[in-house]
Design a protein around this ligand. Structure first.
Ligand SMILES: CC(C)[C@H](C(=O)O)[C@@H](O)C(=O)O
Ligand code: SF4
Length: 480
């Protein structure tokens, strides 16, 4: 952290505490001249997209994997979500997945391949196995590694060369970050979810608002959230430009972890919880930046633009660039509306979609699927709308089926798929065609993100489900 080591004796933030516990070698120097610290990594998550060159680097260097036991891999980005027993049709995707399989075999990495009950999106798999725990350092060659910060872990996305460094040494050379507090006072109103909250936060602070910072989410509204919801929020920290997002662990955290395959047991559990209880920002600790939000002011929130910060309350209208004073902002809005084919002043509720995607590491967990099923039960997906419901992992899918949710999706006319990143990004067969418009529970709405020429509106699972029923952007309350 900015002054982590110098603050070691005074009050520290949660992020500084976790950082300090993992310093192997402290960087020399002060201020801007300070060299990076060498940080120990407790958990390394791996997927097919960012690992091939790293494994290749190890091979060329004649190195082994330093800690295969702290490394785990899953197939997620390139996998199809239907016909998973057939060979992958796309040659690039097939090569990626086959390469991961070969590498994991050669280097002794545990891999959950397609069809395995623990296979799924890397950020769903870690928490579900109880691998992600408070106070850990967690890395993955994937920006949404910030998800794991929901447990009070310091969890960061890293680049491929860093992936190789972690594979070889189980450490990472890191420059201290700044700290930021996002405090959400009060309680979220009925019908307002974690996704609405984080979209509203990003709209307020901007996609660069968290740059260089680790964000700690605090306050009554955050404490009231489930682990799934906290993961949704931490997941999108990266869309505010932050290096990581964190929530201090509490009873909700311990309850989620307890009994999972990799959770500590017996005396180890007691010792772990005793340690975890210290993982909170000390009274009097200073954040480099602070933002306060009143939960009571929030409503369902959707994006209309081509970055996650271009969003508004569902009850608002498409903004008018002519009414925006700042010229750069106005130009950005104008070009976004052109790509999105939206006219200023159109009520957001009037925007018709042809596709609805429920899934991704933001909103592909069991709680999200329950919300969607609650809305869809006894209803039908609107004519002309295609709805994909994609579980974040095969374990989530099995649980959803046990609870009868899969039947609800099918009865409503939605496609109930196998696990993977799916339509969150155009790396597998689940893609939008040019000009198609999608209400999506994922986290990125960049041009072409869900397929070339596709248009994305980021929404919560509740809004996605209601939109599927009405055919236009809607909240469950609109269904009457
Ligand atoms: C493919 C991967 C490197 C990428 C990421 O880092 O986030 C992907 O998961 C994404 O969401 O865009
Ligand atoms: S679900 Fe989407 S955001 Fe998450 S890891 Fe996969 S591609 Fe990235």
């Amino acid at each position: 952290m900015s002054d982590g080591a110098t603050r070691a004796s005074g009050p520290r933030t949660l992020a500084e505490k976790v950082w300090d516990e993992h310093v192997v070698v402290k960087g020399e120097g002060e201020g801007a001249q300070r060299k990076p610290d060498l940080i120990y990594i407790d958990l390394h998550l791996v997927h097919e997209v960012t690992s091939p060159q790293a494994f290749e680097g190890l091979r060329l260097g004649g190195r082994r994997l330093r800690r295969p036991d702290l490394t785990i891999a899953t197939e997620d980005h390139n996998v199809p979500t239907i016909d998973i027993d057939r060979p992958i049709a796309d040659p690039t995707s097939r090569t990626q997945v086959e390469t991961l399989r070969r590498n994991c075999e050669e280097f002794g990495v545990r891999l959950h391949p397609m069809g395995d009950i623990e296979q799924g999106i890397v950020h769903v798999v870690g928490p579900q196995l109880g691998l992600t725990q408070p106070g850990m350092t967690v890395v993955c060659g994937d920006s949404h590694t910030s998800t794991h910060g929901a447990f009070g872990a310091l969890a960061m996305g890293i680049g491929t060369s860093e992936v190789e460094h972690v594979m070889a040494t189980q450490t990472l050379s890191l420059r201290p970050f700044k700290t930021m507090a996002v405090t959400v006072d009060g309680i979220l109103p009925d019908g307002v979810t974690a996704k609405d909250l984080i979209l509203a936060v990003i709209a307020e602070i901007g996609t660069g608002g968290g740059q260089g910072h680790v964000i700690e989410y605090r306050g009554e509204a955050i404490r009231a959230l489930s682990m799934e919801s906290r993961m949704t929020i931490c997941n999108m920290s990266i869309e505010a430009g932050a290096r990581a997002g964190m929530v201090a662990p509490d009873e909700t955290t311990y309850e989620f972890i307890k009994g999972r395959p990799h959770a500590p047991e017996g005396a180890d559990w007691d010792a772990a919880v005793a340690h975890w209880r210290d993982l909170r920002t000390d009274e009097g600790a200073v954040f480099d930046k602070e933002v306060r939000i009143d939960a009571a002011t929030l409503t369902p929130f959707v994006t209309w633009g081509t970055n996650p910060g271009q969003g508004s309350p569902l009850g608002a209208s498409v903004p008018d660039p002519a009414a925006i004073a700042d010229a750069d902002t106005a130009a950005g809005v104008e070009s976004a509306l052109k790509y999105m084919d939206l006219r200023p002043g159109t009520p957001l509720r009037d925007i018709a979609v042809d596709t609805v995607f429920v899934g991704s590491c933001t909103n592909g967990r069991i709680e999200d699927l329950r919300v969607v099923a609650d809305v869809l039960r006894g209803r039908k997906v609107a004519e002309g709308v295609r709805m994909l419901v994609v579980p974040g992992s095969m374990r989530v899918r099995a649980q959803a089926d046990d609870e009868g949710l899969g039947e609800v999706f099918a009865a409503a006319g939605a496609e109930w798929r196998q696990a993977g990143c799916s339509m969150c990004l155009g790396m597998n067969p689940d893609q939008l065609s040019p000009g198609q418009r999608c209400a999506s529970t994922s986290n990125r709405n960049f041009e072409g993100r869900q397929g070339k020429g596709g248009r994305t509106h980021l929404v919560s699972p509740a809004v996605a489900a209601a939109t599927a029923v009405r055919g236009t952007l809607s909240a469950p309350a609109d269904l009457g």
